[in-house]
Design a protein. Structure first.
Length: 398
């Protein structure tokens, strides 16, 4: 049988870069396995498309698999948007398409949801819902406990998923349900894909191109600070907000400006204007703001430092980069965690709003090149890193 005849045109629907970070490595594997051919990446807002283009590594990754990036609702005029969206989604109306949706309910518009349902019904297209979340089970449990400690536990609830051919999970179904306190009700297949950000085709793409990206404005040595929210993490927190923690960090870190470069990477929710105000007020020097992919910045960094429980602590840990978290958790959660970080074993130095301790940690990491820890190869029970053969096997039904 001609393998090419089994390929399907594919569209990937996503809202933010977080979802694209999780699904793009899997698209690399499906492309290698000859499961998909033409790929269109469709984001729900124009601003996300512009952000991806700015994030050159993700954009190059899309082009590397022969993909095209576009968006819905390009115009401010409603009627122009209807015509434009029909054009973007046109293949759904006349051929079999595999759609990968990176969030339950992403197809909120009547046009998009109708097009997807009709493609599945009349053209025998297939729909995949991605519920991938690339963090360890314990971290997922802790994040929800933090949320519930502030806003109250809503109690266990049922989540019904219909109209799909497969649902993708990072962890086993039991862990997914336990960490979120939900019962997933669905009549479709559940596929555990493990930690997708470490899939081999994606890592080879990064390793192959990493030196080209560093020909720009980043020199070594440097350390990496992923910028997160500069506000409350959740409304109603009883702790220092992100702007306060960032300012306190920079007040300490500026002491090392002469000896090491700081590389900031904005999150799509980061208020960069406010961040710049903080940087200027501290009189911080020797830094760059980069839109390179976090994995590339992690690989060459002396260490990664966050002022929030960012999931990038997990990625840094997995890639052998020493991690530091400057934290101030809500006291209601600390009673549960007993003073431990949300991402637990992925944090090498957990500094609870102690500037003197932070100063000592950073001094050690900047000047002691031998402080490199041996990292585990996995992320704990239930979250494997699959190889290409295993991925191909799990999608043999396509």
């Amino acid at each position: 049988m001609n393998l090419l005849s089994n390929k399907m045109n594919c569209i990937v629907l996503f809202s933010t870069t977080n979802y694209l970070d999780d699904i793009l490595p899997l698209i690399f594997e499906l492309k290698k396995a000859n499961k998909i051919s033409s790929i269109v990446f469709i984001t729900t807002k124009k601003k996300w498309r512009n952000y991806i283009i700015q994030n050159v590594v993700l954009y190059d990754g899309i082009k590397s698999v022969g993909g095209k990036l576009t968006c819905l609702n390009k115009y401010t005029n409603r009627y122009l948007n209807i015509l434009y969206n029909i054009f973007v989604l046109r293949q759904l109306f006349y051929r079999k398409v595999l759609s990968v949706e990176t969030k339950a309910g992403i197809a909120k518009s009547t046009l998009l949801s109708t097009a997807l349902r009709c493609n599945r019904k009349y053209w025998k297209g297939q729909r995949i819902l991605s519920l991938i979340k690339n963090i360890p089970f314990k971290s997922s449990v802790n994040i929800n406990k933090y949320y519930w400690s502030i806003l109250g536990n809503p109690g266990s609830k049922e989540v019904t998923i219909e109209g799909y051919d497969a649902v993708l999970l990072t962890e086993p179904l039991e862990q997914y349900e336990q960490s979120r306190d939900v019962e997933l009700i669905t009549d479709t297949r559940i596929i555990q894909v493990g930690y997708t950000r470490a899939l081999s085709e994606w890592k080879q793409f990064i390793d192959k191109n990493i030196n080209d990206y560093f020909k720009w404005d980043i020199s070594t040595p440097y350390f990496f600070i992923p910028l997160d929210l500069v506000s409350e993490w959740y409304r109603g927190e009883r702790c220092a907000s992100g702007d306060v923690k960032l300012e306190e960090c920079l007040a300490v870190l500026k002491e090392y400006n002469r000896d090491i470069l700081t590389v900031f990477k904005p999150h799509h929710k980061t208020d960069l204007k406010k961040v710049q105000e903080i940087i200027d007020s501290v009189v911080y020097e020797n830094y760059v703001i980069s839109y390179l992919h976090p994995l590339i910045l992690i690989k060459n960094a002396k260490f990664t430092l966050t002022y929030s429980p960012s999931s990038l602590l997990v990625e840094a840990h997995l890639n052998g980069c020493t991690t530091v978290e400057y934290a101030d958790y809500d006291s209601r959660y600390l009673e549960h965690s007993r003073g431990k970080p949300i991402h637990q074993d992925c944090v090498d130095y957990f500094v609870c709003r102690d500037k003197q301790q932070l100063r000592q940690v950073v001094k050690k990491l900047v000047y002691d090149g031998n402080d490199v820890k041996i990292k585990p190869k996995g992320l704990g029970e239930g979250i494997p890193i699959l190889n290409s053969k295993e991925i191909k096997c799990r999608f043999s039904w396509l």
